[in-house]
Design a protein around this ligand. Structure first.
Ligand code: GLA
Length: 382
């Protein structure tokens, strides 16, 4: 959306001069289902983003209008008792409630939201909405919050208000990404390292058209299985506080103490942590063949051990891997549907789109939606 148009819409709806903020969605190149296990992730922000236009309002009221849903919600800052309604407004109101809960003195605001990130696609539409909302509310209230604290606050909104027990990756990369770079994040120490992506490459995202719903149980169930694995390991290895502390060898030694399904989940996480660090190092030395091999191993592990892929995602990956100019392909995000991420040489992108579309349509009768992007910058004011 053109920022000038957003300003105009704000003017018509709320009658005032707005400040504009943007926060991107993301793809994760590798490091899936590792963030909530204190592990490593390697995401990049994408050009699809959420915009927030904001100005101080009157009274003690927060008014939020979504251009996507063509609906306005209004809440009183002093009444309290904000609660999830399974409604689009849960995400921005979750940020309002979390800021209030943390003791920040919010001011009355009018907020206009417009999201380009397709929801339920595994591209972090929710984190981008939360981060854009947080920047807008904080700016109007004159509160200066560090990028890390902002990301943590948005994660808390999602965990406690929306009810999805997701990790720090999505709000962190939406807030902190550097243009042209992926971001290697240690989700335990929260140390980060930006890893340049060659500018001859495009991030190509293929949407399976299968929608996932994070809060709907499977995601939280995987988390619970990881915790079960940690409990079993910690009984004999008190140093193990999370799967981050386990090696493949330690896991293997304890195979007998862990139910097979839980073992498979843990094996994915422990091996994915190794792959993610290796992939970041390979990307830094421009060894794209190794990056691609690690992405393939990640996809296989998510499909077979973590069991969060689906037929449509496997089909998109299988169609992409043999194509000219493709360096890596895998499912991205939580899974259960959503998208694949592909590292594709820029000139090869048109043929890639054509051939993946043809292969997908042949089997499913549907065309996949395909987006392409450079690695974008994290959230900011426009
Ligand atoms: C979702 C969550 C993230 C992360 C991924 C899986 O995107 O929001 O925190 O757990 O799934 O890697």
């Amino acid at each position: 959306m053109d920022p000038a148009e957003l300003r105009d819409r704000f003017q018509v709806l709320f009658d005032g001069e707005a400040r504009l903020f943007r926060a991107p969605g993301r793809v994760n190149l590798i490091g899936e289902h590792t963030d909530y296990n204190d592990g490593f992730v390697l995401p990049a922000a994408i050009e699809l983003q959420t915009f927030a236009a904001v100005a101080g309002g009157t009274g003690r009221r927060v008014r939020i209008h979504s251009l996507n849903f063509r609906e306005t919600v209004s809440v009183d800052l002093d009444t309290g008792g904000l609660r999830r309604r399974n409604h689009w407004s849960d995400y921005p109101l979750g940020v309002v409630a979390t800021l209030l809960g943390a003791g920040y003195a919010l001011r009355s605001v009018d907020l206009l939201l417009y999201g380009e990130v397709p929801p339920g696609a595994g591209l972090s539409s929710s984190a981008s909405l939360e981060v854009a909302t947080a920047l807008a509310l904080l700016a109007v209230a004159g509160i200066d919050l560090s990028p890390l604290e902002t990301a943590k606050l948005c994660q808390r909104a999602e965990n406690e208000f929306v009810g999805a027990r997701c990790g720090i990756m999505d709000p962190f990369v939406s807030r902190c990404a550097q243009a042209g770079h992926a971001l290697l994040l240690d989700c335990r120490s929260l140390e980060e390292r930006s890893v340049p992506l060659p500018d001859t490459l495009r991030l190509v995202v293929c949407h399976s058209g299968v929608r996932h719903a994070l809060a709907s149980g499977e995601y939280n169930a995987r988390r619970a299985q990881c915790e079960e694995g940690v409990r079993a390991l910690a009984e004999v290895n008190p140093g193990v506080r999370s799967l981050r502390d386990a090696t493949p060898a330690l896991l293997e030694e304890n195979r007998g103490r862990i139910p097979p399904v839980v073992f498979a989940r843990c094996h994915h996480v422990v091996s994915e942590n190794e792959r993610t660090q290796e992939a970041a190092a390979a990307l830094e030395r421009l060894d794209l063949a190794t990056v691609g091999r690690l992405m393939a191993a990640s996809h296989a592990s998510l499909r077979d051990e973590y069991e969060v892929s689906c037929r449509e995602l496997d089909l998109l990956v299988d169609a992409a891997v043999p194509l000219e100019g493709v360096f890596g392909a895998r499912m991205t995000g939580a899974g259960f549907g959503g998208c694949t991420v592909n590292l594709v040489r820029t000139e090869a992108v048109p043929a890639f789109c054509e051939q993946v579309t043809r292969a997908f349509e042949r089997v499913t009768g549907r065309k996949p939606k395909i987006y392409q992007s450079a690695a974008a910058a994290g959230a900011c004011e426009l």
